[in-house]
Design a binder for this molecule. Structure first.
Ligand code: G3P
Ligand code: CA
Length: 344
């Protein structure tokens, strides 16, 4: 089933689900994006984590996308998969050191395994403070499998469920002969995600691949912006330049919106107190760009002290600041905070 997004005149309004119609319609409510699935509850980037996020009521699920040795797109946050899988136990001899985007990393790399080999591997929780009850149980899914899940759950629920893929290390993957972009457009297209009004955003920390994608697809693009540093590509752009009014106008020539680190909108002091909100939301909107911030996390070690242990307060804070969407590990907290209830 292919369900279009329906847009009103202003692109600055967010999309929220119209439950009975199965379509997304424009509203002032920010979208809730399940960051790596319901990754606060289950190992990230697994079918089980995406499925739970959908059950919780997330509007979009977020697969980060990398490539296997044989060119199959699978979902992992980085190409090094030793931190989020049991690959070391299955392929001890594949450990090696690789320079990725200027960083020297030792571990196990997804581009060294075929899909058939990756099928022997199981996901595990990355963070020590989260549940490890499901370590070793779930596969690393292909993007194709994730999109099939989305379409199946749309039929079951009558809801539109958006997908928000991120190209991870696109320059690096291109350099090793495994470019992500054509394969991404191909897999998305096979599941009916191919138009500007479809429930899909493509995101990247790089500028160059988004500019190239702009010429090849009408799918809406999101420029990710880190809190400092430079976009990881040859001739990378300082992110500080992208958030100036002139930089935002430039981004608007190829992107639908920006995905800034949340501190670029709401700074937090060393003592956990909230500083004065920046003008980034206003400036981005003035440039015609939507704003989707990342990443809201409910864990005590991540939630700023200013929210006094109330994760919902952070979701409400960013909604009050006018953002158009939020990425969060605990989509259930977002749904409860912004819409009153969540299913689990
Ligand atoms: O894509 C939004 C956010 O996920 C960016 O951070 O590092 O979690 O992919 P990361
Ligand atoms: Ca991401």
């Amino acid at each position: 089933m292919r369900v279009p997004l329906v847009f009103a005149a202003s692109i600055l309004l967010a999309c929220a689900p119209a439950a009975s119609s199965g379509r997304l319609v424009m509203s002032a409510a920010p979208i809730i994006i399940a960051h790596r699935g319901a990754s606060g509850h289950l190992p990230e980037h697994t079918l089980e984590a995406y499925d739970l996020a959908i059950t919780m009521g997330a509007d979009f699920i977020e697969p980060d996308v990398v490539s296997t040795k044989d060119g199959v797109l699978v979902t992992r946050h980085e190409n090094e998969i030793g931190s989020t899988t049991n690959v070391a136990a299955h392929f001890p001899d594949r450990k090696r050191t690789v320079v990725v985007d200027g960083d020297t990393i030792t571990g196990w790399f997804v581009e060294d395994l075929t899909l058939a080999e990756l099928r022997q591997v199981r996901a595990k929780e990355r963070l020590p403070q989260r549940s490890h009850a499901n370590d070793g149980k779930f596969l690393v899914p292909t993007l194709d499998e994730v999109l099939a899940l989305v379409r199946r759950r749309e039929k079951e629920t009558g809801r539109t469920i958006g997908v928000y893929p991120e190209t991870k290390h696109p320059t690096f993957f291109r350099s090793i002969g495994l470019p992500l972009e054509d394969r991404l457009l191909g897999v998305l297209g096979a599941h009916g995600f191919r138009g500007r009004d479809d429930a899909v955003f493509i995101q990247s920390f790089e500028v160059g691949n988004l500019r190239a994608l702009k010429a090849r697809t009408p799918i809406r693009l999101i420029q990710l912006i880190n809190d400092g540093g430079v976009s990881p590509e040859t001739g990378g752009r300082p992110y500080a330049d992208l958030v100036t009014p002139a930089g935002l106008r430039d981004v608007a020539t190829y992107a639908f919106g920006i995905g800034p680190a949340k501190a670029l909108v709401q700074p937090v002091g060393r003592d956990g107190s909230l500083g004065e909100a920046t003008t980034l939301v206003r400036d981005a909107h003035a440039a015609g760009l939507a704003v989707h911030v990342w990443t809201l996390r409910s864990d005590a070690m991540f939630l700023p002290k200013a929210y006094h242990g109330d994760a919902g307060a952070e979701w409400r804070r960013f909604a009050a600041l006018g953002v158009d969407g939020m990425f969060g590990d605990f989509a259930d907290d977002g749904v409860r905070a912004l819409r009153g209830s969540a299913t689990r």
